[in-house]
Design a protein. Structure first.
Length: 277
């Protein structure tokens, strides 16, 4: 696991966006197994995407890179992590609407290349099965970008989720509904009690995983992810078993890490590339 520690949220967002753009453009190191994309004759780049407040800075940076002509999404296929059950895609709280409002409508991606789970599907189990099949049909996900909850969850894989789970219907905890109530007028009971989500196993199958973490509220979960053992109560800890996992964080999120841990990751990253700001 790589841990990239930067000054603040904006710095972390710029780093993550630049990394994603480089991968799309095929600027991988010599000998890297990640498939190239973004140019004629190359396979499409398959990108996993999150919703929520954490990725907004990265999306703004990627939009700016696209507008500057530094990256194109014309040969990118996307798969989103999750969607609420029972919310139409046109509703303001839907993750369909979130993605198109905040990112997809601002880049040059083909609408047919966008995959988002349908929380209004007649057969939710079949919807999840077909989603996994669609990922496989595309050759698998090249890079899964995501955020992390304060309890260490990724997507809607809350504490106690199987580390081998696949895309499925998931009942949401009250803690999650309270955290997401800000999008529903501050009333937790208005937040759907169920969602469709990719599984931990789905994320782990990606060739690379990039997680953005920021703020003091995430410090305890980051400590569990980096210094704790692999544990289904902190699903983010699964990244310890991934061959190409990166956590990009701001200094505030490292508040509960040991001084030696922070020094170690700063030292090894300093050998690879400038830390930047």
């Amino acid at each position: 696991m790589r841990l990239i520690i930067l000054r603040d949220y904006d710095s972390a967002s710029r780093w993550a966006a630049g990394y994603i753009a480089d991968r799309i453009n095929g600027l991988t190191p010599a000998g890297d197994s990640v498939p190239e994309a973004g140019s004629s004759g190359k396979k499409p780049f398959v990108l996993g995407l999150p919703t929520g407040s954490s990725p907004l800075g990265v999306y703004r940076e990627l939009i700016a890179l696209r507008q500057a002509g530094k990256v194109s999404f014309a040969r990118v296929i996307t798969f989103n992590m999750d969607e609420y059950v029972g919310i139409d895609e046109d509703q303001p709280q839907s993750y369909h609407r979130f993605m198109w409002d905040n990112f997809l409508s601002h880049i040059d991606i083909d609408r047919k290349s966008v995959h988002i789970l349908n929380g209004m599907a007649e057969d939710l189990v079949e919807e999840c099965r077909a989603y996994e099949e669609a990922v496989t049909a595309c050759g698998g996900i090249d890079l899964f970008f995501g955020g992390m909850g304060a309890d260490g969850h990724i997507a809607f894989n809350e504490p106690g989720s199987s580390l081998r789970s696949r895309t499925r219907v998931k009942t949401l905890t009250m803690d999650t509904r309270i955290a997401n109530a800000r999008f529903f007028g501050g009333i937790p009971d208005r937040v759907p009690s169920m969602a469709l989500t990719v599984g931990v196993g789905t994320v782990m199958d990606a060739r690379e995983v990039l997680i953005l973490v920021s703020g003091y509220s995430k410090a305890r979960a980051l400590r569990a992810a980096v210094e704790g053992g692999v544990n289904h109560m902190w699903t983010i800890s699964c990244l310890q078993m991934h061959p190409r996992a990166i956590i990009v964080c701001d200094q505030a999120a490292t508040d509960e890490l040991k001084v030696g841990t922070v020094r170690y990751f700063r030292d090894i990253e300093g050998l690879r590339e400038p830390m930047g700001s």
